[in-house]
Ligand binder design. Structure first.
Ligand code: ADP
Length: 365
């Protein structure tokens, strides 16, 4: 087990910065997920940790040792990729033991380590098969097994489940959680899928445009996002945002008027004077599970809406509605009618609203 610190790291290709001001502490045994939209720099960061990519500036420290100039092969790290990269002419056992064979480990040791990894991954019955005789999930387990036999200090995973179908991905997610429990090794995992990140991570690192936006436990990020990007990225369906302007500020309250929704009432938030100035542009964020459809004007916020369509998921129903000015909002149905074309109000209480300033930063009471 190993810990890892990244201090003020950055990465440029020529004069293009792809990662800036990366500061991250990873504790020994933690399951850390780097998550963000395509192109945000998460794979580059993972490759910098592995040593496959150089660091333009800053420090990468593993177990107290600066590894900036240490070769990938000497960092004690094993990487599992999206493409399984198995040798087609070798059996499962040969694929899994290959790195040990290259290192000239004794045959008995190779056999024992391959057996142990196969037992952990339930691959014992498949050891004599060739990769072409395996399913996608089995191939990915072999790729993970190949990493396990090296007994690495840190496992790195680069979108390892992206090639699998939805059902298998969910199964493999559960297996990875079990694997992490069994091995207790530090794991760093890259995905663009926020649901995958939420289910796997002890610590989630949200990246956007080469910057870390927020680091925290999955539910901390969901309940307490520090900016609009994280608020919108974490959670499905995504948080609703309505632009508004501050029209009055008193000792203990701030009154807002929605930009576009002329028929929506002003709302009074418990934000004291000094938090926001009159005229400030803000965005109000409301999660779908805190927004309801009602025939009546109730709650602190009531925006007139028309139902556009409904998604029945069995245990949950999401209702998508359009405001008078065409803003699409999603809300979770709790009760009552919700047929297409129905008119009513999207209602919410101020206690469940998030406020973001013009720069997208969270405004707290
Ligand atoms: P992600 O994994 O989040 O999708 P990447 O880390 O692969 O993103 O890429 C981050 C950014 O760096 C992207 O804009 C990508 O185009 C750029 N990039 C990646 N590799 C190179 C390279 N070898 N040369 C120039 N730009 C690169």
């Amino acid at each position: 087990m190993s810990d890892l610190q990244i201090n003020d790291a950055f990465k440029s290709y020529g004069n293009v910065d792809v990662l800036r001001n990366i500061n991250l502490d990873i504790e020994s045994g933690e399951f850390v997920v780097l998550v963000g939209p395509s192109g945000c720099g998460k794979s580059t960061l993972l490759r910098m940790i592995s040593g496959l990519e150089s660091i333009t500036g800053g420090e990468m420290i593993i177990d107290g040792q600066v590894v900036n100039d240490i070769d990938a092969a000497k960092r004690g790290i094993a990487m599992v990729f999206q493409s399984y990269a198995l040798f087609p002419h070798m059996t499962v056992a040969e694929n899994m033991g290959f790195s040990l064979k290259l290192a000239k480990a004794p045959k008995t040791e190779i056999k024992e380590k391959v057996q142990r990894a196969a037992a952990i991954l339930q691959l014992e019955k498949l050891l004599d098969r060739k990769p072409s005789q395996l399913s996608g999930g089995q191939k990915q387990r072999v790729a993970i097994g190949r990493a396990i036999v090296r007994n690495p200090k840190v496992f790195l995973f680069d979108e390892p489940l992206s090639n699998l179908d939805a059902e298998l991905r969910i199964e493999m997610r559960a297996e990875l959680i079990q694997l992490h429990k069994k091995l207790g090794t530090t794991m760093i995992y890259v995905t663009h899928d926020q649901v995958e990140a939420m289910t796997l991570a002890d610590k989630m690192v949200v990246l956007e445009g080469g910057n870390i936006q927020q680091v925290g436990k999955p539910l901390e990020l969901y309940d307490d996002p520090s900016n609009m990007f994280v608020a919108g990225f974490v959670g499905t369906p995504r948080m609703n945002f309505l632009p508004a302007e501050v029209i009055d500020v008193s000792n203990k309250t701030t009154t807002l008027r929605f930009h576009n929704e002329k028929n929506a009432p002003e709302i009074v938030l418990p934000l004291s004077a000094g938090t926001l100035a009159v005229g400030a542009k803000v965005s109000i964020g409301i999660r779908p599970d805190h927004l309801h459809f009602s025939a009546e004007r109730t709650g602190d916020l009531a925006v007139p809406v028309t139902v556009a369509f409904v998604e029945e998921l069995g245990d949950l129903t999401y209702v998508y509605v359009d405001t008078d000015t065409g803003t699409r909002l999603s809300l979770q149905k709790k009760d009552g009618r919700h047929g297409d074309g129905l008119t009513g109000f999207a209602v919410a209480d101020t206690t469940s609203m998030f406020v973001f300033d013009a720069d997208g930063l969270r405004v707290r009471a």
